[in-house]
Write a protein that binds this ligand. Sequence first.
Ligand SMILES: [Fe+2]
Ligand SMILES: [Fe+2]
Length: 372
Amino acid sequence: MSRKHTSVETRYMEEREQTLRGLEGLSRRGFLKVSAAAAAGAATLVGGMSRHSFLPVRIAGAQPGDKGFRFAYISDSHLYEEKVNDRFVRGLLRAVDDVNRMDPQPDFVLYGGDLAQLGQASELQLGQQILKTLKAPLKMMVGEHDWFLDLGDKWRELFGPELYSFDHKGVHFVTLMSVVEKDFWTERKLTPMERMKTVAGLDNGAQRSFEVGEAGRKWLADDLAKVPKSTPLVVFSHSPLYKLYKKWNFWTDDAEPVQALLKPFQRVTVIHGHTHQILTNRIGNIHFHGMLSTAWPWPYAPEGLPELTIQMDRPDPFNPSDGCGDGSFDVHPDGLVDSIYRLWNRNPVSVKASYVATGKTDRPPTNSRRGY
Ligand SMILES: [Fe+2]
Ligand SMILES: [Fe+2]
């Protein structure tokens, strides 16, 4: 067959083979394990669609004597009920399959928010059912699409409190509720669904900006007061905890006072959802990683993009899952993380702590495909 007519599918398979060939530095056993896992990913069929999930290579853990660990991240599934839209449901199933195939299994899985599209009980319950099939322990975070129909009643009933922290292998983890909005609905006499749909619009200009809010900041200050400043800190938030682009609410309005609470710690990583794209930033000692969605990729904001961000390629408009995926984090013994973006139709991209710290070392590969 002429190279000119090589199908997209064939090209993906060739790239996968190339990735595997590039792993020759791994031990024989490690190589076989990755090969088998990738073959399993390629062979899986869900909803009649063949899959080409590229699985990540453990980086931090590859060093002898490394005492790091790994956790996985799934986010922004935006589920409607299956009878309304089954594509997003298949997206979440695919992510769960990806994570369940990880070997070894991650220590836990963080769900990064926007499980539902319109905060309805049926959507949240469907998400809960699917996430229950994860083998690893699950930690939940809330997004605005989960919240603004009933201001969190159903979400709390299913998943517990929206603000919590836990310690794991020497790292202090904090899960925030960063999509609080000041009341814009009472005066305008909006119904709960009108309020939900207003928040669900990306750029309608009718809502307020996201914030952690006074109560959330007080909770965070109290929580962190108990933690030694030398303890590595990983903070989960749905919105980025900085100010990127206000018109789309890629934004946290009280970012400065929240960052001030994190600043005294020596090593801080913030991992967020909401922006549905590879997004990298560092402000002082705080490393920020924006994660992928299982539903759709957002375009990059027209201004305000952090200098460190290496933009992911433009998604293929004819492939609804292109630009989507899930991810995982290798946590180094020093508490900083390598973020691995597991794009379903492309090779994984790793944004390492060393790149975020220096802006130079271990720079992720730049765009190789300029769009379609
Ligand atoms: Fe989202
Ligand atoms: Fe969101």
